[in-house]
Design a protein around this ligand. Structure first.
Ligand SMILES: [Fe+2]
Length: 159
């Protein structure tokens, strides 16, 4: 019997949260490319490079977490459709200009969303006695906190 989205959400597990992260990585990876290509202004060179660094990192995290899911007998999302259906962050076509600073603000929001997911996963993994997944998620959350700090610093904000 097919599991409805509601049932799926009501039974969150560490694995389902990690899979939600995988979906988000797919969307974030594409979005960072969009910003990498379209960013303009005096910060072009710095942000063009930073966004590339971030999409490469996102791709690596996606691979690491998807492989963790396989290793524990789960099935990571692996199509663009699944990524879009299950991601909690969103994308949009570049049909109007986005100021460089707004790109950074949007990313901060996305990273915060993913940070909350990661924390949810840490809690569930701990309850499930899955120390390895818990550790991986804590490491990922550490990375997110650092990225958010740097992006906030770029636009002149405290965290
Ligand atoms: Fe490039």
């Amino acid at each position: 019997m097919a599991v409805s989205k509601f049932q799926e959400q009501s039974k969150k597990t560490a694995a389902s949260v990690v899979n939600e992260l995988v979906a988000n990585f797919g969307v974030l990876y594409v979005k960072l490319h969009q910003y990498h290509w379209y960013v303009q202004g005096p910060d072009f060179f710095r942000l063009h490079e930073k966004f590339e660094e971030l999409y490469n990192e996102t791709s690596a995290f996606s691979d690491t977490f998807a492989e963790r899911l396989i290793a524990i007998g789960e099935k990571p999302f692996s199509t663009l459709r699944e990524y879009l259906d299950h991601a909690s962050i969103s994308e949009k076509p570049y049909d109007e200009k986005i100021r460089a600073e707004d790109m950074v603000r949007n990313l901060i929001e996305d990273y915060r969303t993913m940070g909350s997911l990661a924390l949810q996963g840490v809690k569930l993994a701990s309850e499930e006695n899955d120390a390895v997944t818990e550790d991986m998620l804590i490491g990922y959350k550490e990375n997110i906190d650092k990225t958010i700090w740097m992006l906030e610093a770029f636009i002149g904000n405290d965290v």
